[in-house]
Design a protein around this ligand. Structure first.
Ligand SMILES: *[C@@H]1O[C@H](CO)[C@@H](O)[C@H](O)[C@H]1NC(C)=O
Ligand SMILES: *[C@@H]1O[C@H](CO)[C@@H](O)[C@H](O)[C@H]1NC(C)=O
Ligand SMILES: *[C@@H]1O[C@H](CO)[C@@H](O)[C@H](O)[C@H]1NC(C)=O
Length: 246
């Protein structure tokens, strides 16, 4: 009898569809999120870094959007590990650090690679990082590296697009990926997004000024072309090999 009751409880939980990942959770801005040591440490890493406030808030909001996307959809939550998603989103812009002695920003790699490498180093050197398989860590790396290439990312593993969708919500606002206006407003009330576009704009111009070789033929190139004096991608693009006259 007891076994039957237990079984029916298990069945009810399964019908709810939510794979029990077994992580402790907490609530931030009204959103239920994973609350493990490695996620806490990812959060304090960005809060105590040289990253500007707008980047830190962008990464936190994106995490909350991503978490809520999973909370809204039990099927999605069963296939996207919410802890891996949290770490991926929280650290996806480490390469936006403009401080001269940044541990993440290099002069020769594009920012997505700097960020992905920074996230991977964080996980590998964390005492709990061993919980995350190399296969999963590769997907986390890919999600960060492909954050600006949704046409590629959307065809990859759920953890990849399931992480980028959280970030996308921060730029696209409510009405996409199941985030309604109530939830959106709840999150931006705690972590205001008014500096997101100007902050992103300034950062992308900085890449084009400071490490232009990493921007040619990427989605960042347009910021240089439109907004940075003296920036000229001509001669640096794939297509230039196919032109006879420069
Ligand atoms: C929930 O997520 C699954 C997996 O991505 C998707 O197939 C399904 O359409 C989603 N359901 C809703 C209601 O959005
Ligand atoms: C907004 O989404 C939340 C969580 O998904 C849901 O609980 C709430 O009912 C929705 N509100 C409206 C007005 O649709
Ligand atoms: C981005 O920077 C350019 C050049 O400084 C400026 O004209 C444009 O208004 C900025 N856009 C935003 C959204 O800040």
């Amino acid at each position: 009898m007891k076994a039957a009751v237990l079984l029916s409880l298990v069945a009810a939980a399964a019908a709810g569809g939510c794979k029990n990942w077994g992580y402790p959770t907490t609530t931030i801005a009204g959103i239920e999120v994973v609350d493990t040591q490695i996620v806490r440490d990812a959060l304090s890493l960005i809060k105590n870094s040289g990253l500007k406030d707008y980047v830190v808030k962008h990464q936190i909001r994106s995490w909350l959007f991503g978490a809520q996307q999973l909370n809204n959809n039990a099927t999605l939550k069963s296939i996207v590990d919410p802890q891996a998603q949290a770490i991926t989103i929280l650290l996806h812009d480490l390469g936006w650090d403009q401080t001269p002695d940044s541990p993440w920003t290099t002069m020769d790699l594009r920012f997505e690679v700097d960020s992905a490498n920074g996230m991977r180093n964080f996980v590998r050197s964390h005492p709990d990082g061993k919980q995350i398989s190399e296969r999963k860590l590769q997907q986390m790396w890919d999600a960060i590296a492909l954050q600006g290439a949704y046409g590629l990312a959307s065809q990859k593993e759920p953890l990849v697009w399931g992480s980028i969708n959280g970030i996308a919500n921060d730029y696209r606002g409510p009405g996409v990926f199941g985030i309604n206006e109530t939830i959106y407003n709840q999150i931006v009330a705690e972590f205001p997004a008014d500096d997101l576009l100007t902050g992103t704009n300034e950062t992308f111009k900085w890449f084009c000024e400071t490490k232009p070789e990493t921007t040619y033929d990427t989605w960042v190139e347009g910021w240089g072309t439109y907004f940075v004096d003296g920036y000229d991608a001509t001669g640096h693009r794939q297509v230039d090999q196919f032109r006879t006259v420069f």
